[in-house]
Design a binder for this molecule. Structure first.
Ligand SMILES: [Mg+2]
Length: 260
């Protein structure tokens, strides 16, 4: 499978190179025949036509230096805001939650009264906009941008809280940049990048499954402390040089190469 993907990526890159060389990137609506007539495309490239065309139209180029950044727990302090909101709604006999105990508590999400509280919080107007930026995450975002990566936000949207989708966009535009690219998705494995910055092991593993040569950077939190993966650098705010070196290696790697 890895060999097959490498072959596909290499072929896609050849097509992209040909299209650039020939200035033959077809405009919207141009037929395959018309596009073929513009450059020396061989039949073996034909199967890749649709995929590459879509990628080029969407602004993606094969091997592009894109670094993906998760929001909640990575750039935006979801846990801090959730603790504050849950503690405000707790009864007098309930435990006061802390960052250490929050994730254990959230496993009770299926209990009706907990589910109702969480839904009410996540649907509150302005709640997502008010999340505080996490300085350690913003530092890595800035570093990746300075190295030359194009940062894209990659975040999961809660299916039953449409307001979150709108406010996540507003948060990024306010705290990062007006024109930042944002992907709100249910499946992070579907999105291309050379790097993923994400605090949640399950999403990191899902993304690495489709990007086996990708670099993962994971800010250490109470719930991911024990997570280990050969492609993932754990960022604990003491190893900035290690994070920088890995980002530079990932930036300089060619399609098909490993960053390590
Ligand atoms: Mg997260």
């Amino acid at each position: 499978m890895v060999g097959l993907m490498r072959g596909i990526n290499a072929t896609a890159k050849k097509i992209a190179d040909l299209m650039v060389l020939n200035s033959a990137i077809p405009p919207q609506g141009m037929s395959l025949e018309a596009w073929r007539a513009m450059g020396p495309i061989t039949p073996s490239y034909e199967a890749m036509y649709v995929m590459v065309l879509e990628q080029l139209r969407s602004g993606y180029s094969v091997g592009a230096n894109i670094a993906l950044f998760d929001m909640d727990g990575s750039l935006a302090d979801y846990d801090g805001a959730m603790l504050e909101s849950l503690n405000a709604l707790a009864g007098p006999d309930e435990e006061v939650l802390t960052r250490e105990t929050l994730h254990e508590f959230l496993k009770k999400e299926e209990l009706p009264h907990i589910k109702a509280r969480l839904r009410s919080i996540k649907r509150s107007h302005g709640w997502w906009c008010r999340l505080k930026p996490i300085p350690a995450g913003m530092e890595v975002l800035k570093m990746a941008t300075e190295i030359g990566f194009k940062p894209h936000i990659l975040t999961k949207g809660p299916k039953r809280a449409a307001i979150a989708w709108k406010e996540k966009v507003e948060w990024c535009q306010h705290h990062i940049a007006e024109d930042i690219d944002i992907h709100i998705t249910s499946d992070k494995g579907m999105v291309y990048g050379k790097v993923l910055y994400d605090d949640f092991p399950d999403y990191m593993l899902r993304w690495l499954k489709t990007r086996p040569r990708g670099l993962g950077i994971m800010p250490v939190t109470p719930s991911n402390r024990d997570f280990v993966h050969p492609n993932v650098i754990k960022w604990d705010e003491t190893n900035l040089d290690e994070v920088r070196d890995a980002l530079i290696a990932a930036f300089n790697r060619q399609a098909g190469d490993d960053w390590k």
